[in-house]
Design a protein around this ligand. Structure first.
Ligand SMILES: [Zn+2]
Ligand SMILES: [Zn+2]
Length: 219
């Protein structure tokens, strides 16, 4: 990123989407992109209460439910700016939008999806951790890291089955304070259900009672 571009982000105060009004997202654009969708099972998309994993899918997945209140197509641009242009002001903004989706829930542990050390160094921050820290202000639970993640194996050209299996073994539990606890795992977007499922499996095998995932949207 050049100096000119960097300066633009430091001083930017206009809306990311319309570039007309005050940002990071103006009132006008907010009403267009943050339209809550009906909660559904993350695996089969059947409508469920609060995004709970449906009884059929519960037999195959470790994730208790996914709270993903917004449509990916609506928020894609903002997530891209957050993730790749490193606009940290959006973390607080997203957290504010997500807050009302958490009122029907109660959690003991607030944690985030870890990235590999290499990815975090490249990006300068973990977008899931930053979002989690902002969410913690509204929940009054101190966020803690519960998982570490080792480097991905190359996935180019791999079949779907191979991709799923290559996720396995990438997570390790590092917290001993999760036994019998209800966990909320924060990430920015769910792209493959396999990754959150593997993270949930690791937490449950370490003693967690349930693992819910909170994201802005499901891709
Ligand atoms: Zn706007
Ligand atoms: Zn289902």
């Amino acid at each position: 990123m050049g100096i000119a571009k960097l300066a633009q982000f430091v001083t930017r105060n206009e809306c990311i989407l319309c570039k007309k009004f005050i940002g990071p997202v103006c009132e006008n654009c907010l009403n267009k992109v943050f339209i809550p969708r009906s909660p559904s099972c993350f695996a089969c998309n059947k409508l469920t209460q609060n995004g709970k994993t449906c009884p059929t899918c519960r037999a195959r997945y470790y994730v208790s439910g996914v709270i993903a209140p917004f449509r990916h197509s609506d928020v894609r641009e903002l997530i891209h700016v957050y993730k790749y242009e490193h606009d940290r002001s959006l973390a607080n903004f997203f957290a504010t939008q997500l807050q009302s989706s958490l009122t029907n829930h109660k959690f003991d542990v607030l944690t985030f999806m870890p990235t590999t050390g290499r990815r975090q160094r490249m990006r300068g921050f973990n977008q899931a951790e930053l979002l989690c820290r902002e969410i913690s202000r509204g929940l009054y639970i101190k966020p803690q890291q519960t998982l570490i993640r080792t480097r991905h194996k190359p996935q180019v050209g791999a079949s779907k089955e191979q991709r799923v299996s290559s996720v396995e073994g990438n997570f390790y539990p590092i917290s001993h304070k999760i036994r019998h606890k209800k966990i909320l795992l924060v990430d920015d977007v769910v792209t493959t259900g396999a990754t959150i499922n593997e993270a949930a499996r690791t937490l449950k095998e370490a003693g967690a009672l349930s693992v819910w995932v909170l994201v802005i949207a499901r891709a």
